[in-house]
Each structure stands twice: as C-alpha cells, then as structure tokens.
Design a protein around this ligand. Structure first.
Ligand code: UD1
Ligand code: CA
Length: 455
C-alpha cells in the first residue's frame, strides 16, 4: 500500500513567547519540524505534505526540499481543518498524520502503527499518562474497542478520569479519511474542526480502530513552551548518549554531554563532562576529549587527545596528536601525525606536518609548517595586511624563536632558525639564522625617575 504523510505545523505556539514559529525552535540544534521530516523520510512515503500557517514563509524558506509539499492553512480552524487543506494533494492508499512540534517520535513506533492501518482499519497512537490533562481521551466500549476521542474541554468528569490519551498521530485509508474530513463540524467547546472526530465516524462506518503505543511517552510529547522544549532536548540527548555508550564510548556523565548533529565514533573513546559536538564530527578509536570542549565539523583520528576548554571548528586532528588546553582550531586547521598544539594557540587555515610543536600563545593563519618544526611561544603570523591575506611557509626542522612576527608572504627554508623576538619580513633561506630585532644597548649610569612629593 502506498503511503503519504501529512505533518501539521501551522499553529502559532503562543506559549513559546517567540518571534520564531514554534516548529522552528531547535532540539539538538535542528528545528523540531526537521526532526519530524527526517523521521517521515525514513518511512519512504511517496510524498510529504507540510501544513503551515503561522510564520509560513520562514518555515518554508528554512526547510524547502524537493520531496516536500508545503500547504498553507490560512486560518487555524482546528486539526481536522488543517489535514483537510492537504486533502486535494493526496493520492496514496494510506495517510499518516504527524505533528511538527512532536519531534521525538521514532520510526519503529510509526512502523508498528502503520502495520495496523488497512482499508478496513484505522490505526491510532495512544499513550497512557500519569496526568492526561489537556489531552483528548480515548473512549473504549466494554469489550475494549475504541469508540471515540473526547477532547478535554468537551469531556465529562467521568471521561476526564480516563488516562489513555490521544497522541494525535494516526494512520488511515485515504479515501475514507477524506470523506470523514468533509463531514467534520465545529460545534464543540472550542469551535474547531477536530481531527479527533474522525474516530467516531470511522466506527460509525463499520471500521475498527486499532491502537498502538510509543515505547516511551516522551516520544509523543509536544513542546508547547520552553520548559517542555528543554525536557525534549534533555531526553533526546540522553538517547544519543546511550547509543554512543553502546558503541564503546565512555561518557563521564551522559547528563552533561550534547550532540547537535551527526557523530560517528570508534571504540574506547573517552569524553569528559560538558562536551558539545556539533555538525559532522568523526571520532576514531582511542580518542580522549577533556572537559568543556566544543567540537564542530571536525575529524579526530585514532589516539588524538583534545584537552580541556578547547574550541575546534572545521579541524582535522591527526593520529596521536594533542590539542589544548585552551586551544582554538578554526576552519582549515589540519594537524598530521603526533602534532602538539598547546595552550592559547589559535590556528586558521594552517597545515601542520608530522611532529610539529606549537606549544604556547601562538597564532598561525594561512600557514604551511613542515615536519618536526618547532614554533616558539608568542609567535604570530601577520597574515593580513588590512586588504589581503598572505601565506607563510615554514619548511621541515625549522626552529622559530619565541615571540616572532612572521610578516606574510614569507618563506622560511628547511632547517632554518629565527632569533627570539624577531620580526621576519623577508625569506630566511634553508639552514640559515634569521634575526630581525633591534640590537641591545646598555646605558651606563642610568638614573630612575624619582617620585614627586605632593605638598
Ligand atoms: C490535539 C488533539 C488531542 C491530543 C493532543 C495531543 C485535536 C482536536 N486534539 O489537541 O486529542 O490529545 O493534540 O497533543 O486534534 N494545528 C494546525 N492547524 C490548526 C490546529 C492545530 O496546524 O488549525 C497543529 C498545531 O500546530 C499543533 C497540532 O496541530 O502542532 C496540535 O494542535 P493543538 O491545537 O495543539 O491541539 P491540542 O489542543 O493540543
Ligand atoms: Ca497541543
């Protein structure tokens, strides 16, 4: 049976108190709606329809993709009305309804649900709740068959005591669904066209309503305010943390670890507290990451060590190299094997060959550094002349003295040495010593100034 998915995402989300449409608020750095779309894609539907309204232009702009059909719901007249806006575009046998603000729903749960949707059976995802306040209640007859859903505001005291709540997620045969939608009325406590009313209509038409439940209630939890958003975030992060631990990562504290993107990990990786991994991060075997590190779009090869408080973005750290504490690797930082980058070092577009050492307080930008070279403390490449960026090339086995200014473009040949405190403005040929600093003078009989006494 062919499948289409309709995602409802038109609501305002007043309780977010935000200029940003609710469904664009991020969980793990990605809009909630994008999570739902990705999960929907995993089910290989023929088409995904996204019903948008509040902030429609921004939502469409952010999430535009070839496989998405955005449908505008001008006025938010209810969940049934929202699905009806997508009706003219539907052609598959089966339709699954999802919600843009329910981002943690998992594919296996939806697969279990959809397996129960047949031409003669509607499938509804329900959840058993400690406190079902606000949810539609599932009304079952004595034998346990679902009869209807009653919204909180329309429910009697007796019905409100029911703890089986409606998640809103359902799968139904398309033709039947479209018929029921066209028959919805808004004569209820909220004056809305309720999607939930299709349940009683299905039963009236002789269909059975089958139910399934999520593995955990959080899967179907929506985010109506920022507190709930933070709860979804933490739950999501713990889920990622558990998966990584199952793959052989030691997390010192899974509650203080965040992933905002795609992470691949090897075995025996150890990650200390307050580490954030963002974008595409690849971590090979035996890597150690110290506390308070931010690592984005980077690759850490086998045995690399990232020490506390380091900030990496677009970096490649080669095998057995070590970085930090307090290092900043900006895009284009490439460390080959056994490179040492110490504290308060900033690299940008810098290629460091095997065994290079940059121990302290240095900036290398637009630079190539040959194998085994040592860069003294306090050295900077002056790569920018106020208009253009220039390269610094340092050969193999070079020794750059402390506190050098290397004014690019400049080449320093293999085996060359520069004196401490030098400003290097011209080539230092291979094997030579370059010294570019004022010669020391000694002034005899120098008197220090004396303090002037105030009367
Ligand atoms: C809905 C269900 C309720 C269920 C609950 C679960 C109905 C009538 N009620 O109630 O049974 O327990 O969800 O959270 O369906 N939306 C639109 N357009 C609209 C109205 C809503 O796109 O015109 C979207 C909202 O953006 C939201 C979702 O549909 O993502 C649910 O709408 P909401 O108004 O929050 O429904 P509830 O009252 O919570
Ligand atoms: Ca809701």
């Amino acid at each position: 049976m062919s499948l289409e998915i309709v995602i409802l995402a038109a609501g305002q989300g007043t309780r977010m108190r935000s200029a940003l449409p609710k469904v664009l608020h991020p969980v793990a750095g990605k809009p909630m709606l994008a999570h739902v779309i990705d999960t929907a894609r995993g089910l290989s539907p023929s088409r995904i329809h996204v019903v948008i309204g509040h902030g429609a232009d921004l939502v469409r702009e952010r999430l535009q993709a070839d496989d998405l059909n955005f449908v505008i719901q001008e006025q938010q007249l209810g969940t049934g009305h929202a699905v009806a806006q997508a009706a003219p575009f539907l052609s598959a046998d089966k339709v699954l309804i999802l919600y843009g603000d329910v981002p943690l729903i998992e594919q296996p749960t939806l697969e279990r649900l959809m397996a129960q949707a047949t031409p003669e059976q509607l499938a509804l995802l329900t959840v058993e709740l400690e406190d079902p306040t606000g949810y539609g209640r599932i009304i079952r007859e004595d034998a346990g068959e679902v009869q209807a859903i009653v919204e909180q505001k329309d429910a009697t005291a007796e019905q409100r005591a029911i703890r089986e709540g409606n998640t809103g997620i359902l799968a139904a045969p398309r033709e039947r669904l479209l018929g029921w939608l066209s028959r919805l009325s808004n004569s209820n406590a909220q004056g809305e066209y309720y999607l939930t009313d299709v349940i009683a209509m299905a039963v009236g038409d002789g269909l059975r309503v089958a139910t399934a439940q999520p593995q955990v209630a959080m899967e179907t939890q929506g985010a109506n305010d920022r507190l709930q958003l933070s709860e979804l975030e933490r739950f999501f992060q713990l889920r990622v943390a558990r998966r990584l631990m199952a793959q052989g990562v030691t997390l010192i504290d899974p509650a203080r670890f965040d992933v905002r993107g795609e992470v691949s990990v090897g075995r025996d990786v150890s990650i200390d507290i307050n580490v954030i991994l963002e974008g595409q991060v690849e971590i090979e075997d035996d890597v150690q990451i110290g506390p308070n590190c931010y690592i984005k779009d980077s690759t850490l090869r086998r045995g690399a060590i990232i020490k506390a408080n380091s900030h990496l973005d677009g970096a490649h750290v080669g095998p057995d190299s070590d970085v930090g504490p307090f290092a900043r690797l900006r895009p284009g930082s490439v460390l080959e094997r056994q490179v040492h980058v110490g504290n308060f070092v900033e690299l940008k577009n810098a290629h460091l060959q095997d065994g290079v050492k940059v121990g302290h307080l240095t900036y290398l930008g637009d630079s190539e550094v040959g194998a085994r070279s040592n860069i003294g403390a306090g050295t900077i490449t002056c790569n920018y002349d106020g208009a253009n960026k220039w390269r610094t090339t340092i050969g193999e086995d070079v020794f750059i003295g402390s506190n050098n200014s290397l004014v690019a473009p400049v080449d320093i040949g293999a085996g060359a040495t520069t004196g401490a405190g030098s400003t290097i403005t011209a080539e230092v040929p291979a094997g030579t010593l370059g010294v570019g600093r004022a010669k020391q003078r000694v002034i005899e009989g120098w008197k220090r100034p004396e303090k002037i006494k105030k009367s």
